[in-house]
Design a protein around this ligand. Structure first.
Ligand code: PMP
Length: 327
């Protein structure tokens, strides 16, 4: 696995600031209770030389839903959120790479739900432009928490502790990703992305009530399937179905649509025509090669107030700045 990048800039306290200065106090609820909610967003260079973020509005809406479930007040509007993304991207973008942004609301003040204050923190990482390559996956002995214990619907870091255990388990078994089963022994999803399975020509994904996050990418894939005449179903999936699936794939903002070659060491069929077609259609849509009405891209502009700020200007590479269409 690639080492975590250490970019030059991060966004926190309402502005783009040096990455190394992004700190949380040891007594904050963000640290003591792991209290935060987050979204991972991807941005892609487009054929006309602009850079665009995928499904910004829907990520903001899900961030609000997660915050609401954890009683975290959010002061940032959708426009603030967009400006924060644009500000940091403007500082870090390189023409050679796409970008992944982690947008997190950390609870910096408050105690047991009283006086809760959060800070919007963004960190962004360079992403290669090439589409993902197929992986080997397995089924974890660790389990997805139930809605009454730690709801999967809340995108919060604590939900990823069991994911971390499952990935450690998976590495020892030669698997790059692991399926988490739910309390009923059926498929919830992968540790860090949704699950797509093809059987008898239909694309199937487990619904949120089985312990899956409400995935934006799955919603897009459903629309792509509809427009391509591929039946799409959301229904519970049993573990044995994974082993006899015609095709299996990971699906999410970061992994896009990434095919699995084997489950628990058992090879899947050599050909995966439906996954391959959907993965290609997804790539074409997000990269602006063949836009799709279900795929919403927001074109980046560098906020006027950020231009001319000495440190930020210095961070924008001449090549990168030239490639941006400044609003
Ligand atoms: N499940 C989990 C546990 C995830 O972390 C993600 C990535 N956000 C997903 C599913 C996929 O969600 P999305 O398609 O909205 O990125």
């Amino acid at each position: 696995m690639a080492a975590l990048q250490r970019p030059k800039w991060a966004y926190f306290g309402g502005g783009v600031r040096p990455y190394g200065d992004a700190m949380l106090h040891v007594s904050s609820e963000a640290v003591v209770r792991g209290l935060n909610v987050f979204e991972g967003i991807k941005g892609y260079w487009q054929p006309d030389g602009t850079f665009a973020l995928l499904e910004l509005e829907r990520h903001y809406a899900r961030l609000l839903r997660s915050a609401r479930l954890l009683h975290i007040p959010v002061s940032e509007t959708s426009a603030d959120y967009q400006e924060a993304c644009f500000g940091l991207m403007g500082a870090l973008l390189e023409p050679a790479n796409d970008m992944w942004v982690r947008t997190t609301l950390f609870v910096t003040e408050g105690h047991w739900g009283e006086g809760t204050v959060s800070d919007l923190v963004l960190t962004a990482y360079q992403q290669p432009k090439n589409p993902p390559t197929p992986v080997h996956v397995g089924t974890s002995t660790w389990q997805r928490a139930a809605d009454l214990t730690l709801p999967a619907r809340i995108k919060t870091s604590t939900n990823y502790q069991v994911a971390r255990l499952a990935r450690i388990e998976g590495r020892a078994r030669g698997c790059q990703e692991m399926v988490l089963l739910n309390q009923w022994g059926r498929v919830a999803e992968f540790t860090g992305c949704a699950l797509l399975m093809v059987r008898d020509g239909a694309m199937i994904s487990p619904p949120p009530y089985e312990g899956a996050l409400e995935s934006i990418t799955v919603d897009i894939v459903r629309e792509l399937c509809v427009s391509m005449g591929i039946p799409f179903e959301r229904r519970p999936i049993e573990r044995t179905e994974l082993l006899i699936a015609d095709e299996l794939a990971m699906c999410g903002t970061l992994v896009e649509v990434q095919r699995a070659l084997s489950v628990d060491g058992q090879p899947l069929p050599d050909q995966a025509p439906i996954t391959t077609a959907i993965a290609q259609r997804y790539q074409d849509a997000v990269r602006g090669v063949d836009p799709h009405p279900a795929v919403h891209m927001t074109t980046l502009h560098v906020a006027a107030q950020n231009r001319g700020v000495g440190s930020l200007d210095a961070a924008v590479t001449p090549g990168g700045l030239a490639a941006l269409h400044l609003a």
